[in-house]
Design a protein. Sequence first.
Length: 284
Amino acid sequence: MTVQDVRAFHRFATVLHELAHTTGADPAGPRAGLGLEDGHLNRVLDAFEEAGLVERTPLAARPALTGRGRAAAALLDTQARESAGALLEAVGPVERTRLEQALRTIRTTLGDAPATTDPAEVVLREPRPGDLGWIVQRNAALYAAEHGWNADYEGLVARIVADFAEDHDPHLERVWIAESAGRPVGCVMCVRDDAPGAARLRLLLVEPAARGLGIGDRLVGAVVDFARGVGYRDLVLWTNDVLGAARRLYRRHGFVLTAEKPHRSFGKDLTGQDWRLDLHRSGE
């Protein structure tokens, strides 16, 4: 098989896919969607017609797939899905996250950005069965992909989530899931701190595709309002200096940096930071 053979098959498959999955009365037919020249497209369609895959009539605005053509298009779709699935099976969750982000970057660069989350459609809700597991999985995968943190961080998140699931006071502790189009795109927790009268903000996360839409701000605001409403005096959190966007968000909500200390965790040399919000003063 030569490169020319592969390119010829690609043209065959893309034209067939365009005919099967687009509609409309554009006289140009699939040309607009594929960017093909008239002569090139006509040669492909002539071959399709000779093979019984399409039929063209003088009154039709665009070629129509025959039954044989629809079956061929369906077979190609099935084989493409199976091939993609086989490739992804060999990709671990961390690498898959990196791959998703790389593909998103490529599409954005080429002017074909995927649909973004609509801020108006994002709702904050309580967790449902499976959501706590999602918090562990997404924290582990995203922090590994974006910061290179190892499985120690996943263990920490799993312990935090397990402690909440096994024993928490629903009047004083809560989890919020940010949801868009039926899928979680963010999360945060508010739990009691060891210090009397203090709550702790934990595990703030926003999916990469949903960032820049104010979701993190809404999640932090929900924790602040809840903690103040149930009578906590202080809201505290621990983070690391490499998480610049999160630190800027905390500062906008009135948190103050109270201490920082270098440490070796999650396979990296980091600087941990303690932040505190005086809920009485910030609410005045």
